[in-house]
Design a protein around this ligand. Structure first.
Ligand code: NDP
Length: 285
Protein backbone atom coordinates (compact mmCIF):
# COMPACT_ATOMS: atom_id res chain seq x y z
CA UNK A 1 0.00 0.00 0.00
CA UNK A 2 1.43 3.42 -0.89
CA UNK A 3 1.64 5.98 1.92
CA UNK A 4 -1.30 8.41 1.76
CA UNK A 5 -0.93 12.19 1.73
CA UNK A 6 -3.27 15.02 0.72
CA UNK A 7 -3.69 18.75 0.38
CA UNK A 8 -6.81 20.10 2.07
CA UNK A 9 -8.51 23.40 1.26
CA UNK A 10 -11.67 25.14 0.07
CA UNK A 11 -11.52 25.62 -2.87
CA UNK A 12 -8.96 22.95 -3.80
CA UNK A 13 -9.50 22.08 -7.47
CA UNK A 14 -6.78 24.53 -8.61
CA UNK A 15 -4.07 22.99 -6.37
CA UNK A 16 -0.93 21.70 -8.05
CA UNK A 17 0.47 20.11 -4.90
CA UNK A 18 -0.35 16.54 -6.10
CA UNK A 19 1.70 17.12 -9.28
CA UNK A 20 4.64 18.45 -7.24
CA UNK A 21 4.66 15.72 -4.58
CA UNK A 22 4.21 12.92 -7.11
CA UNK A 23 7.15 14.31 -9.11
CA UNK A 24 9.32 14.41 -5.95
CA UNK A 25 8.27 10.84 -5.11
CA UNK A 26 9.16 9.54 -8.60
CA UNK A 27 12.53 11.25 -8.34
CA UNK A 28 13.34 9.50 -5.04
CA UNK A 29 11.60 6.17 -5.72
CA UNK A 30 9.03 6.62 -2.95
CA UNK A 31 5.63 4.96 -3.32
CA UNK A 32 2.93 7.43 -2.25
CA UNK A 33 -0.52 8.62 -3.12
CA UNK A 34 -1.27 12.33 -2.84
CA UNK A 35 -4.80 13.61 -3.33
CA UNK A 36 -6.80 16.83 -3.20
CA UNK A 37 -9.23 16.96 -0.31
CA UNK A 38 -12.06 19.51 -0.27
CA UNK A 39 -13.50 20.26 3.17
CA UNK A 40 -16.55 22.35 4.04
CA UNK A 41 -15.69 25.64 5.76
CA UNK A 42 -16.99 24.30 9.09
CA UNK A 43 -15.71 20.75 8.56
CA UNK A 44 -11.91 20.98 8.65
CA UNK A 45 -11.24 18.99 11.82
CA UNK A 46 -13.66 16.24 10.86
CA UNK A 47 -12.07 15.89 7.41
CA UNK A 48 -8.55 15.74 8.90
CA UNK A 49 -9.53 13.10 11.45
CA UNK A 50 -11.29 10.98 8.83
CA UNK A 51 -8.24 11.11 6.55
CA UNK A 52 -5.93 10.19 9.40
CA UNK A 53 -8.14 7.31 10.51
CA UNK A 54 -8.14 6.01 6.92
CA UNK A 55 -4.33 5.73 7.10
CA UNK A 56 -3.25 9.22 6.02
CA UNK A 57 0.32 10.08 7.09
CA UNK A 58 0.42 13.80 6.36
CA UNK A 59 -1.33 16.79 4.85
CA UNK A 60 -0.63 20.11 3.28
CA UNK A 61 -3.11 22.77 4.31
CA UNK A 62 -4.17 25.72 2.21
CA UNK A 63 -6.67 28.59 2.32
CA UNK A 64 -8.73 29.01 4.50
CA UNK A 65 -7.59 26.37 7.00
CA UNK A 66 -4.01 27.29 7.98
CA UNK A 67 -5.01 28.81 11.34
CA UNK A 68 -7.26 25.85 12.18
CA UNK A 69 -4.46 23.45 11.27
CA UNK A 70 -2.22 25.24 13.74
CA UNK A 71 -4.89 25.02 16.46
CA UNK A 72 -5.55 21.34 15.80
CA UNK A 73 -1.95 20.22 16.38
CA UNK A 74 -0.70 19.49 19.87
CA UNK A 75 2.96 19.76 18.76
CA UNK A 76 4.29 22.55 16.54
CA UNK A 77 7.57 23.68 15.01
CA UNK A 78 9.05 27.01 16.09
CA UNK A 79 8.27 28.50 12.68
CA UNK A 80 4.60 27.45 12.97
CA UNK A 81 4.52 29.01 16.46
CA UNK A 82 5.88 32.22 14.93
CA UNK A 83 3.36 32.26 12.10
CA UNK A 84 0.42 31.06 14.26
CA UNK A 85 -0.49 29.09 11.15
CA UNK A 86 0.44 25.72 9.65
CA UNK A 87 0.61 24.49 6.06
CA UNK A 88 1.98 21.03 6.90
CA UNK A 89 0.62 18.35 9.24
CA UNK A 90 2.37 15.13 10.19
CA UNK A 91 0.27 12.21 11.49
CA UNK A 92 2.31 9.73 13.54
CA UNK A 93 1.46 6.09 12.81
CA UNK A 94 0.00 5.57 16.27
CA UNK A 95 -3.19 7.61 16.69
CA UNK A 96 -2.27 7.97 20.40
CA UNK A 97 0.54 10.29 19.35
CA UNK A 98 -0.32 13.95 18.70
CA UNK A 99 -0.44 15.66 15.32
CA UNK A 100 2.65 17.76 14.53
CA UNK A 101 2.28 21.07 12.63
CA UNK A 102 4.87 23.01 10.66
CA UNK A 103 4.86 26.10 8.45
CA UNK A 104 7.12 25.79 5.41
CA UNK A 105 5.95 28.90 3.48
CA UNK A 106 8.66 31.20 4.86
CA UNK A 107 11.54 28.83 4.26
CA UNK A 108 10.03 28.18 0.83
CA UNK A 109 10.38 31.86 -0.05
CA UNK A 110 13.90 32.13 1.39
CA UNK A 111 15.01 28.98 -0.48
CA UNK A 112 13.50 30.29 -3.70
CA UNK A 113 15.35 33.59 -3.33
CA UNK A 114 18.55 31.60 -2.71
CA UNK A 115 17.82 29.44 -5.78
CA UNK A 116 17.85 32.66 -7.81
CA UNK A 117 21.13 33.76 -6.20
CA UNK A 118 19.62 36.54 -4.08
CA UNK A 119 21.27 37.43 -0.78
CA UNK A 120 19.35 39.67 1.61
CA UNK A 121 22.12 40.63 4.01
CA UNK A 122 22.30 44.44 4.24
CA UNK A 123 19.44 44.87 1.73
CA UNK A 124 16.30 47.03 1.83
CA UNK A 125 13.13 44.94 1.57
CA UNK A 126 9.55 46.12 1.05
CA UNK A 127 6.66 43.71 1.65
CA UNK A 128 3.22 44.60 0.31
CA UNK A 129 0.46 42.98 2.40
CA UNK A 130 0.20 41.96 6.03
CA UNK A 131 -1.88 38.78 5.81
CA UNK A 132 -1.08 35.15 6.52
CA UNK A 133 1.66 34.89 3.90
CA UNK A 134 3.55 37.90 5.29
CA UNK A 135 3.17 36.51 8.80
CA UNK A 136 4.69 33.23 7.61
CA UNK A 137 7.70 34.77 5.85
CA UNK A 138 8.68 37.58 8.23
CA UNK A 139 10.81 35.58 10.68
CA UNK A 140 12.70 33.63 7.95
CA UNK A 141 13.35 36.91 6.08
CA UNK A 142 14.57 38.63 9.26
CA UNK A 143 16.87 35.62 9.73
CA UNK A 144 18.69 36.68 6.52
CA UNK A 145 19.86 39.93 8.19
CA UNK A 146 18.46 42.55 5.82
CA UNK A 147 19.17 46.19 6.68
CA UNK A 148 15.48 47.07 6.59
CA UNK A 149 12.04 45.51 6.14
CA UNK A 150 9.08 47.81 5.55
CA UNK A 151 5.63 46.19 5.67
CA UNK A 152 3.03 48.23 3.77
CA UNK A 153 -0.62 47.28 3.97
CA UNK A 154 -4.01 48.59 2.78
CA UNK A 155 -5.17 48.44 6.39
CA UNK A 156 -2.07 49.88 8.13
CA UNK A 157 -3.13 48.60 11.57
CA UNK A 158 -2.37 45.05 10.44
CA UNK A 159 1.11 46.12 9.31
CA UNK A 160 1.78 47.88 12.63
CA UNK A 161 0.53 44.80 14.51
CA UNK A 162 2.91 42.47 12.66
CA UNK A 163 5.84 44.84 13.20
CA UNK A 164 5.18 44.91 16.91
CA UNK A 165 4.79 41.15 17.08
CA UNK A 166 8.04 40.45 15.23
CA UNK A 167 10.14 43.23 16.75
CA UNK A 168 11.94 40.74 19.02
CA UNK A 169 13.17 38.83 15.94
CA UNK A 170 14.38 41.98 14.13
CA UNK A 171 17.88 42.22 15.65
CA UNK A 172 19.81 44.93 13.75
CA UNK A 173 17.15 45.12 11.02
CA UNK A 174 14.98 48.23 10.89
CA UNK A 175 11.45 46.77 10.86
CA UNK A 176 8.56 49.17 10.34
CA UNK A 177 5.05 49.41 8.91
CA UNK A 178 3.02 51.93 6.91
CA UNK A 179 -0.14 52.28 4.81
CA UNK A 180 0.17 51.31 1.12
CA UNK A 181 -0.18 54.96 0.12
CA UNK A 182 2.49 56.01 2.62
CA UNK A 183 5.53 54.12 1.28
CA UNK A 184 8.58 56.35 1.38
CA UNK A 185 9.92 57.56 -1.95
CA UNK A 186 13.15 55.53 -2.17
CA UNK A 187 14.71 52.54 -3.87
CA UNK A 188 14.32 49.00 -2.52
CA UNK A 189 16.50 45.99 -3.34
CA UNK A 190 13.60 43.57 -3.05
CA UNK A 191 9.87 44.25 -3.28
CA UNK A 192 7.65 41.29 -2.38
CA UNK A 193 4.01 41.43 -3.38
CA UNK A 194 2.31 39.32 -0.68
CA UNK A 195 -1.19 40.48 -1.64
CA UNK A 196 -3.48 38.47 -3.94
CA UNK A 197 -4.06 41.65 -6.02
CA UNK A 198 -2.36 40.23 -9.16
CA UNK A 199 -4.85 37.37 -9.26
CA UNK A 200 -7.53 39.92 -10.18
CA UNK A 201 -5.13 42.01 -12.31
CA UNK A 202 -5.00 44.76 -9.69
CA UNK A 203 -1.91 46.74 -8.82
CA UNK A 204 -1.44 48.29 -5.37
CA UNK A 205 -0.87 52.08 -5.60
CA UNK A 206 2.94 52.26 -5.73
CA UNK A 207 5.29 55.17 -6.50
CA UNK A 208 7.57 54.61 -9.53
CA UNK A 209 10.59 55.60 -7.46
CA UNK A 210 10.61 52.28 -5.55
CA UNK A 211 12.13 50.42 -8.48
CA UNK A 212 15.60 50.85 -9.98
CA UNK A 213 18.30 48.83 -11.70
CA UNK A 214 19.14 46.91 -8.53
CA UNK A 215 15.54 46.02 -7.62
CA UNK A 216 14.17 42.48 -7.66
CA UNK A 217 10.36 42.34 -7.74
CA UNK A 218 8.81 39.15 -6.37
CA UNK A 219 5.12 38.34 -6.71
CA UNK A 220 3.88 35.48 -4.50
CA UNK A 221 1.09 34.98 -7.04
CA UNK A 222 1.92 33.07 -10.22
CA UNK A 223 0.37 32.22 -13.54
CA UNK A 224 1.15 31.34 -17.14
CA UNK A 225 2.42 34.85 -17.81
CA UNK A 226 4.21 37.59 -15.87
CA UNK A 227 1.79 39.11 -13.35
CA UNK A 228 0.68 42.74 -13.58
CA UNK A 229 3.01 43.55 -10.64
CA UNK A 230 5.97 41.93 -12.43
CA UNK A 231 5.12 43.86 -15.60
CA UNK A 232 4.92 47.11 -13.62
CA UNK A 233 8.39 46.50 -12.13
CA UNK A 234 9.89 45.40 -15.46
CA UNK A 235 8.65 48.58 -17.15
CA UNK A 236 10.40 50.60 -14.45
CA UNK A 237 13.75 48.91 -15.04
CA UNK A 238 13.79 46.21 -12.35
CA UNK A 239 16.86 43.95 -12.43
CA UNK A 240 14.78 40.79 -12.14
CA UNK A 241 11.14 39.81 -11.69
CA UNK A 242 10.04 36.51 -10.18
CA UNK A 243 6.69 34.89 -9.46
CA UNK A 244 5.66 32.60 -6.59
CA UNK A 245 5.96 29.32 -8.49
CA UNK A 246 9.41 28.66 -7.02
CA UNK A 247 8.14 29.40 -3.51
CA UNK A 248 5.34 26.89 -4.03
CA UNK A 249 7.80 24.18 -5.11
CA UNK A 250 10.26 24.99 -2.30
CA UNK A 251 7.62 24.95 0.46
CA UNK A 252 6.48 21.58 -0.91
CA UNK A 253 10.08 20.29 -0.87
CA UNK A 254 10.34 21.24 2.79
CA UNK A 255 7.08 19.40 3.63
CA UNK A 256 8.29 16.41 1.62
CA UNK A 257 11.59 16.34 3.56
CA UNK A 258 9.70 16.44 6.83
CA UNK A 259 7.50 13.49 5.85
CA UNK A 260 10.06 11.32 4.06
CA UNK A 261 13.43 12.37 5.48
CA UNK A 262 14.81 12.95 1.97
CA UNK A 263 15.25 16.21 0.11
CA UNK A 264 14.13 16.29 -3.54
CA UNK A 265 15.84 18.29 -6.31
CA UNK A 266 13.45 21.18 -7.00
CA UNK A 267 14.91 22.36 -10.34
CA UNK A 268 13.23 19.77 -12.63
CA UNK A 269 9.94 20.10 -10.74
CA UNK A 270 9.92 23.86 -11.29
CA UNK A 271 10.17 23.20 -15.04
CA UNK A 272 7.46 20.55 -14.91
CA UNK A 273 5.10 22.88 -13.04
CA UNK A 274 5.77 25.81 -15.38
CA UNK A 275 4.99 23.58 -18.39
CA UNK A 276 1.82 22.30 -16.73
CA UNK A 277 0.57 25.84 -15.98
CA UNK A 278 1.33 27.02 -19.50
CA UNK A 279 -0.33 24.00 -21.06
CA UNK A 280 -3.46 24.49 -18.90
CA UNK A 281 -3.61 28.16 -19.95
CA UNK A 282 -3.21 27.25 -23.64
CA UNK A 283 -6.06 24.74 -23.36
CA UNK A 284 -8.45 27.35 -21.90
CA UNK A 285 -7.56 29.99 -24.55
P1 NDP B 1 -4.52 37.01 3.23
O1 NDP B 1 -5.92 37.03 2.77
O2 NDP B 1 -4.18 36.48 4.56
O3 NDP B 1 -3.91 38.50 3.18
C1 NDP B 1 -4.05 39.28 2.03
C2 NDP B 1 -3.29 40.61 2.20
O4 NDP B 1 -3.32 41.30 0.97
C3 NDP B 1 -3.90 41.53 3.24
O5 NDP B 1 -2.85 42.22 3.85
C4 NDP B 1 -4.78 42.44 2.41
O6 NDP B 1 -4.91 43.74 2.95
C5 NDP B 1 -3.99 42.56 1.14
N1 NDP B 1 -4.83 42.76 -0.05
C6 NDP B 1 -5.81 41.95 -0.51
N2 NDP B 1 -6.28 42.41 -1.68
C7 NDP B 1 -5.61 43.56 -1.95
C8 NDP B 1 -5.68 44.50 -3.01
N3 NDP B 1 -6.52 44.36 -4.03
N4 NDP B 1 -4.82 45.56 -2.98
C9 NDP B 1 -3.97 45.71 -1.96
N5 NDP B 1 -3.86 44.85 -0.91
C10 NDP B 1 -4.69 43.79 -0.92
O7 NDP B 1 -3.72 36.22 2.06
P2 NDP B 1 -2.31 35.49 2.22
O8 NDP B 1 -1.41 36.41 2.94
O9 NDP B 1 -2.50 34.11 2.72
O10 NDP B 1 -1.85 35.34 0.68
C11 NDP B 1 -1.41 36.46 -0.07
C12 NDP B 1 -1.01 35.99 -1.47
O11 NDP B 1 0.15 35.18 -1.40
C13 NDP B 1 -2.08 35.15 -2.19
O12 NDP B 1 -2.11 35.50 -3.54
C14 NDP B 1 -1.57 33.74 -2.03
O13 NDP B 1 -2.02 32.88 -3.07
C15 NDP B 1 -0.06 33.97 -2.13
N6 NDP B 1 0.72 32.89 -1.52
C16 NDP B 1 1.59 32.23 -2.34
C17 NDP B 1 2.36 31.20 -1.84
C18 NDP B 1 3.28 30.49 -2.77
O14 NDP B 1 3.79 29.42 -2.38
N7 NDP B 1 3.58 31.04 -3.93
C19 NDP B 1 2.25 30.78 -0.42
C20 NDP B 1 1.33 31.58 0.36
C21 NDP B 1 0.59 32.59 -0.20
P3 NDP B 1 -5.96 44.10 4.14
O15 NDP B 1 -5.32 43.63 5.42
O16 NDP B 1 -6.07 45.58 4.07
O17 NDP B 1 -7.23 43.37 3.81
Amino acid sequence: MPQRYAVIGNPIEHSRSPLIHQAFARQLGIDLSYEKLWAPIDGFEEAVNAFREAGGRGMNVTVPFKLEAYDLAARRSERAERALAANTLVFPESTDEPIFADNTDGVGLVNDLAFHGLKLEGKRVLILGAGGATRGVLAPLLGQNPQEILVANRNPERAYGLVEEFSDAAGECRLSGCPLEGIEDSLFDLIINATPASLTAQLPPLPDTLVGARTVAYDMAYGAEATIFMQWAEERGARQTLDGLGMLVEQAAESFSLWHGQRPDTAPVRDLLRDDIQQAAAETD
